[in-house]
Design a protein around this ligand. Sequence first.
Ligand SMILES: [Zn+2]
Ligand SMILES: [Zn+2]
Length: 306
Amino acid sequence: MIPPESADVRGRVKISLNAGRSISFDWIVHLGGFEVVRDNLLTGPILEGLEQAEGCLLCYLWLREERRFIEHLLMDEVVMNPDFLEEVEAARGFCNRHMHLFYDIAYKSYGADGLAYALYMQAVIERIAGDFQSLCSRFERDIKSTVKFHLPVRGMRRKSPSLYRAFERVVEGERSCPVCSHLLSFDSMRLSTLVEMLGDKDFRRKFESSDGLCLPHFLSAIRLIDERGFENAVDAIQALLKVEMRRIGLVKHLLSEFIRKRSWVFKDEPVGSEVDVNHIVMNLLSGVEGLYYRSNRVPYTLKRDG
Ligand SMILES: [Zn+2]
Ligand SMILES: [Zn+2]
């Protein structure tokens, strides 16, 4: 039996995320034990995504957070935060996608003049300039003495990491893009909340009438359930499968309709819901643009072991 309200002890827990961001949730202790009551900060966005998203709700939340986070990074207190600046330097800026998106937002947001972008990039360029300088000096020294770098000269023995590897470290940095890192931990938190919510019968019913998840997010959900195990895991997997199968079936039908109506015989038939199928199938197969994006500054084929 839950004790009366007057016996409760309440509080708020704050969890720090990247770049000074945080989430918080309420807790409440009853006389009979400890119960965590999460407020809408965790479950609210999932319900909102379920109602607002056209397609995968986690992709909807991913894109929204991506923009919000970059806008947050443009705020003075973040630009001046030495810890975050060190993260940006260590990553040598951002990945290809986020360098460009950051640039667009830095100039298109209200009141933005590019100063914040310039301050981040100044730190990065100074780090790269220093690293280039020391590597070039080392290279010059090595040419004059014994060869330390592995150079592509016939008959030369490999004595230490190659010149390419040394410069790759300078260009690629020691850590991944801070925006990508943030989005991955954000996505993991939302995914975990969604899977837990799928244990609830009422929520499952709502989810089953939604557009479901894109295939990358579907796979992430299955992997999470596989690895961690959840209460009502079987119900959750059945709900995920039911929605996914229905979505795949619908897209399959829309694609055949789209192609059929392009034929001469049926070209006069009115356009129906198949008109957007290419956009729908693109997002179903690969998720929203930039999802789980990874980029290096060198082509993948140049990456080699050790
Ligand atoms: Zn998705
Ligand atoms: Zn990135």
